[in-house]
Design a binder for this molecule. Structure first.
Ligand code: GDP
Length: 424
């Protein structure tokens, strides 16, 4: 049985916490897209961790952690992260890396930086971890697959071709130092040595595991609105953030993904540029940012302050639909206990017409939020474990959101810890 944990919003919905929690009842946790660009924050018995590339299941000693073929594999980051958790007392996890995963090269990171520099004010707000240049190369068929590390002669030949082309850009567009084939080959030899013990035919491994009735959990990075096809293009990420892509990025049959837990945050936050209809500013935003998440809403990778907004039912319903959600986990609800009133964006006004459908970017740029205001509950809800014990106005907020999403809210997260969850 295969389940997925994915985000309905702009990312940072708390997927890491939900994955960490569900990993207790899983055998295998798989990352299937993205790279070490975004972060998941996890609080459990070992402490507080920010993971970037490891699946959030690494803290359970009975699970296998898998890096699927769809991931942008940054090998130094992966091994630094493993060392980092082991140094803090977490048992050495069992890690499998797909032989078909492609490698983030040092030049991908440089090109990401150089391009953002070149664009200046028009930049994408990239985390500069090489993700866009990596996926560009993958689809231009000039990427390096893990399997290619094991054939040095053809790898050198390929590297020579890559350097020839990239050096033209480096010299004439960016005016930066050129790439050297010998240096890159040395780096790749180091990568091979590190990754070799973990390399695996992941789709064959998962096929067999599934046949044996193992519980497989796919962990998504970012959220629906950052998907390159269905999100706020071009302010999106470079790989699909949708559960459906799990079939491709892990190599499993699409019909095996039975449960799609879609994580929705009880208010909105976003990092980087892009359309954000229910965004709020000033003191109102500062207060929500300060109180938000676990110790404030700041990027797990960059430390950048996140943009804040009220709950956007239009974007979230779309986000759930495009994920194919089978259930919703509503997170960080505890943060909202200070508010007298909670505005919820229930429609977009575009050219004088109100819609509940999330449009393409060109239309979205014109959208103004239409709010409905709900009363606050003015109390602390952390520590509550039964749905019926939540304050009435808090239940009303959840049930209102549930009606807007047209999707059952089966879990309500009321704190960052693994067991701070209310099942309905
Ligand atoms: P992810 O990328 O979707 O995993 O999200 P992040 O880890 O970037 O952001 C979620 C933040 O909210 C983290 O700091 C979590 O520890 C925290 N968090 C998750 N669920 C809850 C919750 O229910 N309540 C509170 N207060 N914090 C939460």
């Amino acid at each position: 049985m295969v389940s997925a944990v994915v985000g309905a919003n702009w990312g940072d919905e708390g997927k890491g916490k939900i994955t960490d929690m569900l990993s207790e009842e899983s055998d295998i946790i798989v990352r299937f897209q993205g790279g070490s660009n975004a972060g998941h924050t996890i609080v459990n018995d070992y402490g507080k961790f920010a993971l970037h590339i490891l699946p959030s299941g690494v803290f359970c000693d009975h699970t296998v952690s898998v890096i699927g073929n769809g991931v942008a594999l940054n090998i130094p980051d992966l091994f630094e992260e493993i060392q980092g958790i082991v140094d803090r007392g977490v048992p050495m996890p069992e890690i499998r890396v797909s032989d078909r995963a492609q490698i983030v090269m040092p030049y991908h990171i440089l090109f990401d930086q150089y391009e953002e520099e070149r664009l200046g004010g028009r930049s994408f707000g990239s985390t500069k971890s090489g993700i866009a240049p990596f996926y560009s190369d993958k689809y231009a068929k000039t990427g390096i697959q893990v399997s290619e590390l094991f054939d040095e002669d053809s790898l050198r030949e390929k590297m020579e071709g890559i350097c020839e082309k990239k050096n033209v850009m480096l010299e004439h567009l960016y005016h930066k130092p050129l790439l050297k084939v010998d240096e890159l080959m040395e780096t790749l030899a180091e990568y091979r040595q590190k990754v070799e013990p973990h390399v695996c035919d992941v789709s064959a491994f998962l096929y067999e595991a599934n046949r044996q009735g193992k519980r497989i959990l796919l962990e998504g990075q970012l959220g629906s609105l950052k998907d390159p096809d269905h999100g706020i293009y071009p302010m999106v990420t470079s790989s699909s953030t949708l559960a459906g892509y799990g079939a491709i990025g892990a190599g499993i049959p699409p019909y095996e993904i039975k449960r799609i837990v879609t994580v929705v945050k009880a208010y909105s936050s976003a990092v980087g540029a892009g359309e954000f209809v229910s965004e709020i500013f000033g003191e109102e935003a500062d207060e929500l940012r300060r109180r938000g998440g676990d110790g404030g809403e700041y990027g797990a990778t960059t430390g950048r302050p996140r943009r804040m907004g009220w709950f956007d039912a239009v974007a979230s319903r779309y986000g759930c639909r495009i994920q194919g959600a089978t259930e919703v986990a509503l997170t960080v609800l505890d943060v909202l206990g200070y508010l007298d009133e909670l505005p919820v964006c229930v429609g977009y006004e575009i050219d004088g017409k109100i819609t509940k459908d999330f449009p393409s970017t060109r239309e979205l740029k014109k959208a103004k939020p239409v709010y409905e205001v709900l009363p606050g509950w003015k109390s602390e809800i952390r520590g509550i474990t039964e749905y019926g014990e939540l304050p009435e106005n808090c239940r009303k907020y959840i049930e209102f959101i549930e009606r807007e999403l047209e999707m059952p809210v089966k879990m309500v997260s009321n704190g960052p810890g693994r067991h701070e969850i209310i099942h309905r």
